[in-house]
Design a protein around this ligand. Sequence first.
Ligand code: ZN
Length: 199
Amino acid sequence: MEIYSNNIRELIQELSNLPGLGQKSAQRIAFYIIKQPIEKMENLANVIKKACKEVKYCKECCTITDDELCPICKSSKRDHTQIMIVENERDLASYEKAGEYEGVYHVLHGAISPLLSIGPDELKIKELLLRIRNEEINEIILATNSSIEGEATAAYLCKLLKPLGIKITRIASGVPVGGDIENIDAITLQRALKMRITI
Ligand code: ZN
C-alpha cells in the first residue's frame, strides 16, 4: 500500500533527485514545504525559475553568472594573463576562498570520463582555445582534481596546449590523491598552488 498520496509522492521523488538528498531528507523537506504559507513557497519557486532562466555562462571563463562577464573576469585587479583551469564552479569558489590566487579562471564543467561518456567535446575546451588564441596568456595552471578523471583531463589539456608555447603548470602535492578540491582546506589549496610544477 502506498503511504503517500500522488502529490506528496511526486514532490518527494523530485526532491530525492537532487544531489546529496536521499529519500529521508527528501521526505523531511517535502513535509516542510507543504506546511509553509503558499506565498513563501511561490516565492521560492519563482526564485528557482528566475535563476534557471537568467543565469548564463561568463563569455570569458564559462563560470555561471548573471551578466556577460563574471565579477572576476570584469576586474582590472586580476592578472588576465594567468588562467587557472578548474572542473567546476565549486572548485573556483574554493580557490577564491583560499584567497591567494590573483589570476583568472576557466571552468570546464566536468572532467574527461570514458565511463560516463564524457569526452573533451562535452567540456568547455573549445572556448578555452578561442580564449588563448585571442588573448595574451603567460601561464595556464591545471587545477583539475587528482582523481583519475581529473588527471586524464590535465594530461589531455597539457598535450593540447603545450605546442602553443605557453607555460603550463599543474597544482602540486598537498591535494590528496582522489581528493575533491571543494573539500580541501584553504591552507592546503594555497600550498598546492604555490608548489605547482611546470610540466
Ligand atoms: Zn568569467
